[in-house]
Design a protein around this ligand. Structure first.
Ligand code: ACO
Length: 326
């Protein structure tokens, strides 16, 4: 069986920075509350007119360039997003057109914050089976478009951005060792956008009731996140006969610093071995892991031969992990 690997990474965040202090002027909150409860200081918000595919395009261009390939070499484009440009067509098709990646099959997947790991699992299996050779995987979100800027319990959490990776055949030691994806739909209402789909199509009433914005049961979600992230990380390591101490870096989804710290503690990992950038970007959902991965690569925190673990948790509820030898 073939082995798959991450050949290159890229990322992009909008230039527009919104700090906690700026949010203090919009809702009843404080920099202290936000930082203490979440670890977030600021987030990037897409400029007026900037859509998910625009962010994805910048991150993808960088990943394609670093892989030393042309967009026409791509045979698949997977975009993980829950905030695509429009209901349909897929953001992946819009991105395909922009990149000129005319030889790719393009589609979106929706697993919220776990989207990049879900996409990695799909890409890994397409490469392993030999059906595809060069896959562009993008995690992108424009969550600011679904954020209720009058709701202090959610508007302080999210940010916009994109991260990309090229997944291809491994001909050396470095590879995606394993991916694991799981979900529990019984908790679908923990994080959701009530209207705008076929259940509650857009109407004056849905707009008046602010049903097109993210609703989240934060506290309940927090508890499930800590439990599932710990168990999936340990399961993935155990199945592949590795101990947490053998990991060089844990790259968790950046939803809340306290969730990240709790997971690291249960794995017995010192915080130096955990990639954290939530302070700068907030929760960028499907984009958070590929943005953090690209930053880790660019700053030399991931080196050839390192074992790294990616893990995420999000709406659905969904969660997943990916064990990689870099
Ligand atoms: N500023 C000031 N006070 C606030 C704010 C705010 N921005 N937000 C909430 N509060 C208040 C609440 O009203 C509450 O007040 P009360 O006690 O008088 O009722 C108090 O602070 C505590 O609220 P909690 O919700 O219990 O705060 P908690 O410590 O749980 O933190 C948070 C909330 C940050 C949302 C946390 O629960 C969390 O991070 N949850 C997990 C989020 C997550 O992982 N989501 C998954 C990914 S998202 C996706 O898939 C798109």
């Amino acid at each position: 069986m073939n082995k798959a690997k991450i050949i290159s990474t890229g990322s992009y965040v909008p230039e527009n920075i919104v700090t906690n202090r700026q949010l203090e002027k919009k809702v009843d909150t404080s920099d202290e509350w936000i930082f203490e409860r979440t670890g977030i200081r600021e987030r990037r918000i897409a400029l007026k007119g900037q859509a998910a595919s625009d962010l994805a395009y910048e991150a993808s261009k960088s990943a394609v360039k670093k892989a030393g390939i042309k967009a026409k070499d791509l045979d698949m484009i997977i975009v993980a997003t829950v905030t695509g440009d429009m209901q349909f067509p897929s953001t992946a098709c819009i991105l395909q057109d922009r990149l000129g990646a005319s030889n790719a099959a393009a589609f979106d997947i929706g697993a919220a914050c776990s989207g990049f790991i879900y996409g990695l699992s799909i890409a890994e299996n397409f490469i392993k089976s030999g059906a595809r050779e060069k896959i562009l995987l993008v995690g992108v979100e424009a969550l600011s478009r679904y954020t209720d800027w009058e709701d202090r319990t959610t508007c302080v959490l999210f940010g916009d951005g994109a991260g990309a990776a090229i997944i291809g055949l491994s001909t050396d030691d470095s590879c995606i060792i394993a991916t694991d994806i799981q979900s529990d739909g019984s908790m679908w209402d923990y994080i959701h956008v009530p209207a705008g789909g076929s259940r509650k199509p857009c109407s004056k009433e849905t707009v008046d009731k602010r049903l097109h914005f993210i609703r989240m049961k934060g506290n309940e979600t927090f508890k499930v996140a800590v439990k599932t992230l710990e168990s999936i990380a340990l399961e993935t390591l155990e199945k592949n006969k590795l101990k947490p101490s053998q990991l060089s870096l844990l790259i968790p989804h950046q939803a809340n610093l306290r969730i990240i710290q709790a997971t690291a503690k249960r794995l017995g990992l010192p915080m130096e071995k955990v990639m954290i950038n939530i302070e700068k970007y907030g929760n960028t959902s499907a984009a958070s892991i590929p943005i953090a991965l690209d930053e880790a690569v660019n700053t030399g925190r991931v080196r050839s031969g390192d074992y790294i673990l990616l893990e995420a948790f999000g709406a659905g509820l969904t969660w997943g992990s990916a064990l990689i030898k870099w």
